[in-house]
Ligand binder design. Structure first.
Ligand code: MN
Length: 255
C-alpha cells in the first residue's frame, strides 16, 4: 500500500459524496491534508463542524459560480460566516455556455468575495476559472493583490501566457489527474514552477477508474507530475507540502 500520510488534496467536495462524514473520516485516517470546498454558504456549518474535529481536513466557505444564478442571495450568509474561516471556495467565474447568462451577476459576486477577503486579510481562496481566465485574473489583480490573500487556481485551463500572468500575481495552481490526460493542459502543467504547484482531485467530479476520485488518489497526480518533470513522486510530494506550508503562513510573515 502506498503511504498517503502527508499528501495534499487542495480541492475536494467531501460533502458531495454519498456519506459526507465517512468521506471526512477517510481523509483524516489517510492523513491527507484535504481542503473541503463547498458550493453554497448553506453547506458551511456542517462542513465546518466535521472538519473541526479533524487534524487534516479544512473546510472552505464557497459560492460556486455555476450556482450564482440561483443563489446570489446567499452572499449575505457567506458574509456572515466569513469570520469563521481562513479558507474560501469554491468561488470564481464560469463563462461556459450554460452559465454565461449569469456572468455579470457572477462578476459582481466574485468582486464582493475578493474585496471582503482583502478587507479581512490572510484568506486562502480556491478559484474556478472555466472559460473565464482573463476575467478571473483581472478581478484578482484589482481586488485581491497578493499581499492581501493567497489565491489557488483550481483546474486551470488557460494559456501559458495567462499562467505567466497568474504567476506574476502570486497565484498557485492545484492540478488534478484529468488535466494530465489532456495534452495541452499537461504541457501547461510542465511549464509551471514546482514552488507554485498543489495537487487536487476535485472529487467526486473526477473519476479514478470507474469510481469517484478520493483524496488519497492524488498519488496519481504526483506520479503524472513527476513523469512530466522527470523526477520522483516523493520529490513532488515534498514540494507540494512545502507550498502548503508557505500558503498557510500568515500573510506578511515573509518568504
Ligand atoms: Mn470543484
Amino acid at each position: 500500500m502506498i503511504a498517503t500520510n502527508g499528501l495534499v488534496d487542495f480541492h475536494c467536495h467531501l460533502d458531495l459524496y454519498p456519506n459526507h462524514q465517512a468521506a471526512v473520516q477517510e481523509s483524516e485516517d489517510a492523513g491527507v491534508f484535504t481542503l473541503a470546498v463547498t458550493t453554497t454558504p448553506r453547506a458551511w456549518p456542517r462542513n465546518h463542524e466535521l472538519a473541526q474535529r479533524t487534524r487534516h481536513v479544512r473546510a472552505a466557505l464557497g459560492l460556486h459560480p455555476q450556482l450564482v444564478a440561483e443563489r446570489a442571495h446567499e452572499l449575505d450568509l457567506w458574509d456572515r460566516y466569513l469570520s469563521e474561516t481562513r479558507y474560501i471556495g469554491e468561488v470564481g467565474l464560469d463563462a461556459g455556455p450554460r452559465y454565461y447568462r449569469s456572468f455579470d451577476l457572477q462578476k459582481r459576486a466574485f468582486q464582493h468575495v475578493l474585496q471582503r477577503c482583502a478587507d479581512t486579510g490572510d484568506k486562502v481562496v480556491t478559484v474556478h476559472s472555466i472559460r473565464a481566465v482573463k476575467a478571473v485574473l483581472d478581478h484578482i489583480e484589482a481586488y485581491l493583490p497578493s499581499a492581501k490573500g493567497k489565491v489557488v487556481l483550481h483546474w486551470f485551463t488557460g494559456t501559458k501566457g495567462e499562467a505567466k500572468r497568474a504567476l506574476d500575481l502570486g497565484c498557485y495552481f492545484s492540478v488534478n489527474a484529468v488535466m494530465l490526460m489532456n495534452e495541452r493542459h499537461a504541457s501547461l502543467v510542465a511549464s509551471l514552477p514546482l514552488d507554485r504547484l498543489l495537487t487536487e482531485t476535485d472529487g467526486p467530479f473526477t473519476k479514478t477508474g470507474d469510481r469517484p476520485s478520493k483524496p488519497s488518489d492524488v498519488t496519481l497526480v504526483l506520479e503524472g507530475v513527476a513523469r512530466i518533470h522527470q523526477t520522483t513522486s516523493s520529490s513532488i510530494a515534498a514540494a507540494v507540502r512545502d507550498n502548503v506550508r508557505r500558503i498557510l503562513l500568515p500573510s506578511g510573515d515573509g518568504m
